[in-house]
Design a protein around this ligand. Sequence first.
Ligand SMILES: Nc1ncnc2c1ncn2[C@@H]1O[C@H](COP(=O)(O)OP(=O)(O)OP(=O)(O)O)[C@@H](O)[C@H]1O
Length: 255
Amino acid sequence: MADGRARVLEARGVDMAFGDKQIFEGLDLSVYEGEVLVIIGFSGSGKSVLLKLLSGLIEPPRGVVRYRDQDIADMREPELVSMRKSMSHVFQSNALFDSINVLENVGFGLLEHTKMGDAEIRARVVQCLEWVGLGEEVLMRMPAQLSGGMQKRVALARAVATEPRIILYDDPTGGLDPISVTRIGDMIENLQNELRLTSVIVTGDMKIAFRVADRMALIHQGHIAHLGTPDYFRECDAPEVIEFVRDPEGQAIRY
Ligand SMILES: Nc1ncnc2c1ncn2[C@@H]1O[C@H](COP(=O)(O)OP(=O)(O)OP(=O)(O)O)[C@@H](O)[C@H]1O
């Protein structure tokens, strides 16, 4: 980015393979402070794998991943703890704890990482649930008692509860009804406007992508094949980009 913002995450020359399946070859990507970067790509192109690399959950066999100019592979425990505190990863599967209720799930990070008391944690959990359109009536429910869409919203509430500086969202609107999709889009925009968070969002929902993105990155053939503003993607006529901005009948869609 040309406006001198700090680079918070960076992948350089990253290769990644599972068995003989090559996912990335020489992938480069930078994420800048305060931006919303949306990652798109065909199913199986490696979008979730890229998020896991950026959050240090997996290490690449070749190349480096840096958090604020520090190679994650070289970090020691205190640095890793500090990175994890400032970054939330919302998994595609939601990854809620099955055996504890919504209040405990959303408040988990607050209990672990802060000195907040029970009443304060409860108030913060209620506030976070409100952001994602859920009321106090869900506090005592167990994850299994919630619909898939509600579980997704609880996972988002949990991600924002600890006030991270960076949120990595893996398919935040997958499987949600249109009203919930709009609400999640509102939430992402509000977090952006109010807190200037850095967000990396994997999504197949182009409406959300074009709505919230400052920049978009298309993974194609093992690397970032296109990177630019939503306007760049609207205007680009490369076939692999057109697939994402046209409907199945080949008509251009105005996002
Ligand atoms: N732990 C793993 N072991 C083996 N293969 C894996 C592993 N994780 C991911 N893969 C493979 O890597 C490829 C990329 O997976 P990934 O989940 O990142 O794709 P994606 O672009 O997020 O797909 P989708 O849009 O369908 O969620 C897939 O072929 C997947 O099967």
